[in-house]
Design a protein around this ligand. Structure first.
Ligand code: FCB
Length: 455
């Protein structure tokens, strides 16, 4: 740990998302989200888990604020649940929803923890999905701007850091192409529409935030998993290039270059929606920072039968029996532990996208933790965090403008389609009793922050 030197203004935080921790799915006038509906559909979530209670954070947020203080966090990244604010997605505002985030914000500031609020972390109001087709409809970007305005008018005097959208690629791909996340669709056309409309929503939201509070800082959070060729062959190299564009540059390129990446755009031209004049300008309006969520890398293989792209991603979801193969280590998600991924991402953004200020808005790992004598000895997670943070530090020494790092996650929570079994937290949650236990990795992280602050 001592080899890592982070400047004292580097921000260390932890991240969560509303649907994954809050519970109280219908409390105080909240409307249903697409995830409330999807998670109750048979067979969609591992073990039939739901997030109706999750970490019960909506009721226990005060205890959770104390945990954050105990961990000495500089910052906390949370998300605002759109259907708590607009139960119908648009129109009537639910004041009680706003009050909750207001109390949370005040609690953070009292404890000297900097709030980073995400406006959309996937829990779209169900009404918008049912009435308009959700983000397949470009009007949803206007409803998002309306919602942004309400939240920023209410919290913007105290919240100065805004993340518009979390991971457009994952929301579009898992929710609209693979059907494994809400709303559970499988369509390539829907996938591209949703990517485009989310980016548009981001741009519009950015303008709203700026208009209300010129002193606030805003950006988007992107998933970025570098895709490497599965073998040295030229065909696999080509496959990895396209897979990288499909997963990563599909968002970065419009945001920073104002255009979809080539040759992906050409190959996919029958699926990409009609782009209206002015859209790319809105999408590429300058952000104050870029959020990056980095966990692992992927591998691509050339497959002649994959339409258009001829590229197939092979590495995600390795079966548990193969975890120890090839001397590689995997998390309980089946994701390879590969610290160089975060270095590669930071260097790519530095060299190819103009070195914008960056926050790692998510990085972390799920392992099968267990409680022993009231403690959780999660050495694997400590090793994981140490390994990735060393690479963040290396990229930063080489000029990447990285300003902060948020661990995913503050506490174990509802991991979407994987349910409650995948534990990512610095804090362990016993879902029966809602007891919280700071894991060894939590104390390790705390110590890192103290060292950085010279405490
Ligand atoms: C990211 C999501 C986050 C969490 C982590 C493990 O894709 O943004 O909510 O589920 O993965």
């Amino acid at each position: 740990m001592n080899d890592m030197k982070f400047p004292s203004n580097f921000i260390f935080g932890a991240a969560t998302a509303a649907f994954q921790i809050e519970g109280s799915a219908y409390a105080d006038g909240k409307g249903p989200s697409i995830w409330d509906q999807f998670s109750h559909r048979k067979g969609k979530i591992r073990n039939g888990d739901t997030a109706d209670i999750a970490c019960d954070h909506y009721k226990r947020y005060n205890d959770d604020l104390s945990l954050m203080k105990e961990l000495n966090l500089d910052a906390y990244r949370f998300s605002v649940s759109w259907p708590r604010i607009y139960p119908e997605g648009t129109g009537k505002i639910n004041q009680k929803g706003l009050d909750f985030y207001s109390r949370l914000t005040d609690g953070l500031l009292e404890k000297n923890i900097e709030p980073f609020a995400t406006l959309f972390h996937w829990d779209l109001p169900l009404a918008l999905q049912r009435k308009y087709g959700g983000f397949e409809n470009r009007d949803t970007s206007d409803y998002f701007a309306e919602y942004t305005e309400t939240v920023v008018r209410h919290l913007g005097d105290r919240v100065k850091n805004w993340i518009t959208i979390n991971e457009p690629f994952v929301f579009a791909a898992c929710g609209h192409l693979l059907g494994v996340h809400a709303p559970g669709k499988r369509s390539l056309t829907a996938y591209f529409k949703v990517i485009h409309n989310l980016l548009l929503a981001h741009g519009k939201s950015l303008q709203v935030i700026r208009g209300i509070n010129p002193d606030s800082r805003a950006g988007i959070s992107l998933s970025y998993s570098p895709v490497h060729p599965a073998t040295d062959s030229e065909k696999d190299r080509q496959a990895s290039l396209l897979a990288n564009q499909f997963m990563n540059h599909i968002t970065l390129s419009p945001l920073y270059n104002g255009e979809y990446p080539e040759p992906l755009r050409r190959k996919m031209r029958f699926f990409i929606p009609k782009i209206k004049d002015g859209d790319m300008k809105i999408i590429s309006s300058p952000s104050d920072f870029l959020g990056l969520n980095v966990y692992t890398r992927d591998h691509a293989l050339h497959k002649w039968y994959v339409p258009f792209l001829k590229s197939w991603i092979v590495s995600k979801k390795i079966p548990e029996a193969e975890f120890e193969k090839n001397g590689k280590e995997y998390t309980s998600m089946g994701w390879e532990v590969y610290p160089d991924a975060i270095y590669e991402v930071l260097k790519t953004v530095q060299n190819d996208y103009g070195n914008p200020p960056v926050y790692i808005t998510e990085n972390g790992a799920a392992f099968n933790d267990s409680v022993m004598d009231g403690k959780v000895h999660d050495e694997k997670r400590i090793r994981f965090l140490q390994g990735y943070l060393e690479k963040v530090n290396a990229a930063s020494r080489e000029g990447a403008d990285v300003r902060g790092y948020f661990c995913w996650s503050l506490m174990d929570n509802f991991e979407w389609a994987e349910g409650s079994g995948k534990r990512f937290g610095l804090v362990y949650v016993d879902y029966e009793t809602q007891e919280r236990i700071i894991k060894d990795s939590g104390y390790w992280f705390k110590n890192l922050i103290c060292l950085k602050n010279g405490e």
